[in-house]
Write a protein that binds this ligand. Structure first.
Ligand code: HSE
Length: 421
């Protein structure tokens, strides 16, 4: 039986969940996977957390050298989150020949090259299944199950906090700020929710997923990012009338050999598979040129779901004779499209008098924007006008919007939301 000594960096939610699974499944993993995994050291300043899990305090410290210099530790699993000290501790561990397992998407997306270089130097492995979509095995699917395909697109709901907020806004008819407050009270959203609601978390995950899908390192600055903080209850309700559900999507596509990567709220038709993904659940659709559509669904966060992905990486890593590292070239500017095509929903407040609509549609016509549907709602001396467009170039549509905004008759552009089908 192969004995494997591991270290855990941090005993927060996921670190504790991982430890619990390793204890609970110890015999199962030995019997079915042939590895005897033992936690030899834990880096944690709060001894009470270790004691609550039954970890002897002789195994707990705050000094990374107790791990890096321990020849019996071959895998380091990191749960600190944030960039430092996680990045430095993992680089030191990799250089010392210890394989790394991490769920830290921000640090991983920003430091992938450095981590890979350190792993090569130390002849160690780098595993990150838990970095994207928590317990859903998306990374291994992309790395090991799609060889018969060129991946054409990857599209998903990869952030549970924002999906929880949007689901509650839709189901309870609540405003964004009120649901956010409630989510913070219940501990679903962080006190500083920016990483989730402004789309950063989805952007880090999309960078990792699209790098694996398209075999080119996708830099974060190439990803268009828009969060959910401007989403209003009014648009959710109007969207419902049109048969749409609003989601925060992470989208990576290959269009004529060029990559398109974006994170933004989008209306989906209610019968779209991603429209039924509710609450804090995540889901990702992959389209391969031979297999067609694949969809993975599950919990993207939480102690046991994310711990499940970490344990999978620990066992997988333990079984490797030689670690395979993913070496990708950085995408060049020319590898990206600087435009993409989408359908749009636009709501604006306009003066309610003759000729106003003609002026607006005139601008749409000038930019070759074709209108699919229109609705008008009365509101005193002004009217709220909603247009749905056919598929248009984003650049052309946004040029039209900016010209419409400057018309005297248009009081405000209240919302522009992309439609994905
Ligand atoms: N903040 C993330 C989410 C946690 O809400 O999905 C998992 O990455």
């Amino acid at each position: 039986m192969k004995k494997v000594g591991i270290a855990l960096l941090g005993l927060g939610v996921v670190g504790s969940g991982t430890y619990k699974i390793l204890q609970k499944n110890h015999e199962y993993i030995k019997n079915y996977y042939g590895v005897d995994i033992e936690v030899l050291h834990v880096l944690e300043k709060d001894i009470a957390k270790a004691e609550a899990l039954g970890i002897d305090k002789s195994k707990v410290s705050t000094d990374i050298n107790n791990i890096v210099r321990n020849p019996d530790i071959s895998i380091v699993a990191e749960f600190f989150g944030g960039i430092e000290p996680a990045r430095s501790f993992l680089i030191a561990s990799l250089k010392a020949g210890k394989s790394v397992v991490t769920s830290n998407k921000e640090m991983f997306a920003k430091s992938w090259y450095e981590l890979e270089a350190a792993a090569k130097e130390g002849n160690a492995g780098l595993y990150f299944e838990a970095s994207c979509v928590g317990g859903v095995p998306i990374i291994r699917t992309l790395q090991e199950s799609m060889q018969g395909n060129n991946i054409l697109s990857i599209m998903g709901i990869v952030n549970g906090t924002t999906n929880y907020i949007l689901t509650n806004m839709a189901d309870k008819g609540m405003e964004y700020a009120d649901v956010l407050k409630e989510a913070q009270k219940l501990g679903y959203a962080e006190a500083n929710p920016s990483a989730d609601v402004d789309g950063f978390d989805s952007m880090y995950k999309l960078s990792i997923l699209s790098t694996l899908a398209f075999h080119k390192k996708i830099p974060l600055e190439k990803i268009y990012r828009e969060g959910i903080s401007k989403v209003s209850k009014v648009d959710m309700e109007i969207g419902k009338e049109f048969g749409f559900t609003l989601k925060l999507l992470a989208i990576g596509k290959l269009i004529n050999g060029k990559v398109e990567v974006r994170v933004h709220p989008a209306f989906l038709p209610n019968n779209h598979p991603l429209a039924s993904v509710k609450g804090s659940f995540n889901a990702v659709m992959i389209v391969g040129d031979n297999v067609g559509d694949i969809m993975l669904y599950g919990r993207g966060a939480g102690d046991l779901p994310t711990g499940s992905a970490i344990v999978s990486d620990i066992v997988y890593c333990s079984k490797q004779v030689e670690h395979t590292l993913t070496v990708f070239e950085n995408c060049k500017d020319a590898d990206f499209t600087d435009d993409f095509e989408c359908k749009y929903y636009i709501r604006m407040t306009v003066e309610d008098r003759s000729g106003v609509l003609a002026k607006i549609t005139g601008v749409f016509a000038k930019y070759e924007v074709s209108i699919d549907a229109m609705q008008q709602k009365q509101g005193g001396d002004s009217a709220s006008v909603i247009f749905l467009s056919h598929k248009n170039s984003e650049k052309n549509f946004m040029r039209a919007v900016s010209e419409i905004k400057s018309l005297n008759e248009v009081k405000n552009i209240d919302a522009v939301i992309r439609l994905v089908d």
